[in-house]
Design a protein. Structure first.
Length: 232
C-alpha cells in the first residue's frame, strides 16, 4: 500500500520541496495551499485556507474519503505580519496564530485516527524565530514558539503510535535571491540554506530510520544560531 502524506503550504518554497521529495521517495502526496500550483505525477492539490477550522476539517476528511489513509502530516503553511506592536491589530495577530499554530493542532486532532492506524508521523515547520527575534515580529515568533511547545505535547499525547517532531529553519533561500558572498560566509556551514535541505530532513523524520525520534526540535540553520557575533 502506498503511503499518503499531507503537506500544507506545499505550493511553493519549503513546502513544495518537501512535497517533491516525498513524491520522489514513493509517497502519494496531497498538497494543501491557498494558491494554485502545478505538479507532475501523483500529487493532489487541495485549495485550502489553513486559518479556517472548517476547511482544515474538510481537508482531512477528504483525504480519508479519497486516499483512504493518512500516514504523514507536514504542517508547513505559515506567514508573518511585521509591524510595531502599536500598529499590529488583534485580527492580524489572530490570523498569524491561526495559520501557523492552530492549524497544526487541528490537523493532529482531525487526522489522529488515520495517523494512529498507520502508525504515522507529524512534522511541523517552526523557525529559529522561536528562539531569537528581530523587531516587530511578535506574532510570528509567538506562533513558531508555540509550534515547538505543541510538538512535544502532541508527541506525548499521540505516542507511541504517532511520532511528532518539528524543524526550525534559519535562512532558507526560497525565492532564488541574488545572494552576496558574505551572506554565505556568515554561516558556519559556508552557505545559505536551500529548501531541499529542509526537505531531506523532513523525509528522514517521516521515515522508519527515525523511529526512535519524537518530541524533538531540529534546528537547520547552517549553525548561525550557535555563532557568537561581535561588532568590531
Amino acid at each position: 500500500m502506498t503511503r499518503v502524506a499531507l503537506v500544507t503550504g506545499g505550493a511553493h518554497g519549503i513546502g513544495r520541496a518537501i512535497a517533491l521529495r516525498l513524491r520522489r521517495d514513493g509517497w502519494r502526496v496531497v498538497v494543501a495551499d491557498r494558491q494554485a500550483a502545478e505538479f507532475d505525477g501523483p500529487v493532489r492539490l487541495v485549495r485550502t485556507e489553513m486559518s479556517d477550522p472548517a476547511q482544515v476539517e474538510s481537508l482531512v476528511a477528504g483525504i480519508g474519503a479519497t486516499e483512504g489513509r493518512l500516514d504523514a502530516v507536514v504542517s508547513n503553511a505559515g506567514f508573518g505580519v511585521w509591524k510595531p506592536i502599536g500598529e499590529l491589530t488583534v485580527a492580524e495577530w489572530n490570523s498569524v496564530l491561526a495559520t501557523n499554530l492552530t492549524a497544526l493542532f487541528l490537523l493532529a486532532r482531525h487526522g489522529e485516527a488515520m495517523l494512529r492506524a498507520a502508525r504515522g508521523a507529524i512534522v511541523a515547520v517552526a523557525s529559529t524565530r522561536a528562539h531569537q527575534s528581530e523587531p516587530d515580529g511578535e506574532a510570528y515568533a509567538a506562533s513558531k514558539g508555540g509550534i515547538v511547545a505543541l510538538t512535544h505535547a502532541l508527541a506525548l499525547s499521540l505516542g507511541p503510535a504517532v511520532r511528532v517532531n518539528c524543524i526550525s529553519p534559519g535562512w532558507i533561500d526560497v525565492k532564488g535571491e541574488a545572494l552576496r558572498p558574505e551572506d554565505h560566509a556568515q554561516h558556519p556551514a559556508g552557505r545559505v540554506g536551500r529548501p531541499e535541505d529542509v526537505a531531506g530532513l523532513a523525509a528522514w523524520l517521516l521515515g522508519p530510520e527515525s523511529g526512535f525520534v519524537t518530541g524533538a526540535e531540529f534546528v537547520i540553520d547552517g549553525g548561525m544560531s550557535r555563532k557568537m557575533i561581535y561588532v568590531p
